[in-house]
Design a protein around this ligand. Structure first.
Ligand code: ADP
Ligand code: MG
Length: 316
């Protein structure tokens, strides 16, 4: 299971247009094909932060003519558009490599608990930055929670980021793919963390205004698909302790217990490396064999045990 971060599709400061996304995904797809060449059965998930930011902005500009859609619907939109892009570029790279496998995009829902604490304290920034005067207007017009980002100097809307409890389509997808899916199909699932839904007392599922962390979702999906390895691909070649400090040290092979200890000492920032480490520990706790953090250039060698940060379960 490979989880692609936002940088697989765009780079901060880039134009953020579709041509750029295609270009980035094209080279990412080549790396994914290398992984398949090495004999792995592949499943893919991906983030959606910049894309949802763009859709939110479209909604904002167009709101007088087209009623804005809620966040769960934006999640579905972004899963569709990014999933399509991943499938398209992966198909091209597979054809060039003469490998006969079919990428298959499945819009996925993730059940979260209606009583998740995250609904009381939204923390996840979405969309653009706002000025002080805009914030005064938004406070009156919307029910949003707005938080000041000290590091970057501006206000942003923050939304709940509840813990994914269950991948709604898990059983259906496992049945659909069958036992030999790795030889034929490449599932692209739970993009952007999947669409957050809660289950009401009536049994009905309802979409909620929240965003699920894609790394947490990746751990759930990797478990459901029975993946042996979860590789979280981001814009740094691994996990560091003392990140950005003079004593910074990049981790190679690391035991789950050691990683957990670093985590409890606050080595990994909330909202970036924190959820990745948490996802890897969850994956290992639930029977996964290896959890990896790496970047695109090191993905292949990380899977060969020669690059990236590679966490393994303690041996009993
Ligand atoms: P993605 O979009 O791929 O999910 P994030 O930006 O959320 O990526 O997380 C990756 C970032 O985490 C890196 O660019 C790095 O700046 C930051 N980071 C925070 N703490 C650490 C750490 N301990 N080791 C490595 N990177 C870290
Ligand atoms: Mg990010």
């Amino acid at each position: 299971m490979v989880a692609l971060g936002g940088n697989a599709l765009s780079r901060a400061g880039g134009p953020g247009d579709w041509a750029e996304a295609r270009r980035h995904m094209r080279s990412t797809a080549e790396s994914l094909v290398d992984v398949i060449r090495d004999g792995h059965a592949l499943a893919v998930t991906h983030g959606n932060g910049p894309q949802v930011g763009q859709i939110l902005r479209q909604n904002e500009i167009a709101e007088r003519e087209v009623p804005p859609r809620p966040l769960d619907v934006l999640g579905a939109e972004s899963e569709g558009q990014i999933g399509y892009l991943v499938a398209q570029e992966l198909e091209g790279a597979l054809r060039r490599a003469r490998i006969d496998r079919t990428p298959l995009v499945l819009v996925s829902r993730m059940e979260v608990a209606a009583r998740d604490r995250a609904f009381r304290t939204p923390t996840r920034p979405v969309g653009r930055f706002y000025s002080d005067s805009e914030v005064r207007v938004l406070r009156k017009r919307t029910g949003w929670t707005l938080a000041y980002d000290r590091a970057r100097g501006g206000w942003r809307r923050v939304v709940p980021s509840p813990v994914p409890v269950r991948w709604v389509e898990a059983d259906a997808v496992v049945r659909l793919l069958g036992r030999s899916w790795g030889e034929r199909l490449i599932p692209i699932v739970a993009g952007g963390g999947g669409i957050p839904v809660v289950r009401r007392a009536s049994g009905n599922r309802e979409g909620v205004e929240a965003v699920i962390d894609k790394d947490r979702a990746a751990a759930v999906v990797a478990g459901a698909l029975g993946a042996t390895t979860l590789a979280i691909v981001t814009d740094v070649p691994g996990v560091a302790v003392g990140f950005g400090k003079p004593w910074e040290r990049w981790l190679g092979e690391v035991g789950a217990d050691e990683l957990r200890e670093f985590q409890s000492k606050g080595e990994f920032a909330d909202g970036s490396m924190g959820p990745k480490v948490e996802a890897i520990l969850t994956f290992l706790d639930h029977g996964g064999r290896t959890g990896i953090v790496c970047d695109i250039p090191t993905l292949r060698r990380a899977l060969q045990g020669e690059a990236g940060t590679r966490a393994t379960r303690p041996r009993h």
